[in-house]
Write a protein of this length. Structure first.
Length: 136
């Protein structure tokens, strides 16, 4: 009887010292997700150059107003439109070792979030008709 009790105690001690991690299962796998975009972000830069600073700024503002009017026409919400300040610089080119003044360049960037993807192609075509220096 003593031998059985000692044997059972030894078995219990061995079982209690077993690796606890052996109760876990590890699985590795791969998954894939397909999604369709629900919006498009545009960054539009208008750039106008004129020898008169006021004219350069005015031309830039007028072109940005055309962009904003187009956004209104296509139902873009005000919170989805952000315009930067107008920045201006003097423009020059070199002609036979001489710096020649071209005018004042005015730049303004407008960021747009466009959500109506059914009208995206039409909206983009309308934007391309405007005098936009850069569209991303």
């Amino acid at each position: 009887m003593k031998k059985i009790v000692i044997f059972l105690c030894a078995v219990l001690i061995l079982c209690s010292s077993c690796d606890k991690n052996s109760k876990f299962l590890s699985v590795t796998g791969t998954g894939s997700v397909t999604f369709v975009p629900n919006l498009v972000k545009f960054s539009l830069t208008v750039r106008q150059t004129d020898p008169v600073l006021a004219n350069s700024v005015s031309k830039t503002k007028n072109e940005v107003v055309k962009i904003l009017d187009l956004c209104t026409k296509y139902g873009v919400k005000d919170e989805d439109i952000k315009s930067s300040w107008i920045s201006t610089n003097q423009e020059y080119h070199w002609q036979t070792d001489k710096k020649v003044f071209d005018g004042y360049a005015s730049n303004q960037t407008t960021d747009i979030i466009f959500r109506d993807l059914d009208k995206l192609e039409e909206f983009t075509a309308q934007l391309m008709r405007l005098d936009i220096a850069n569209m991303n």
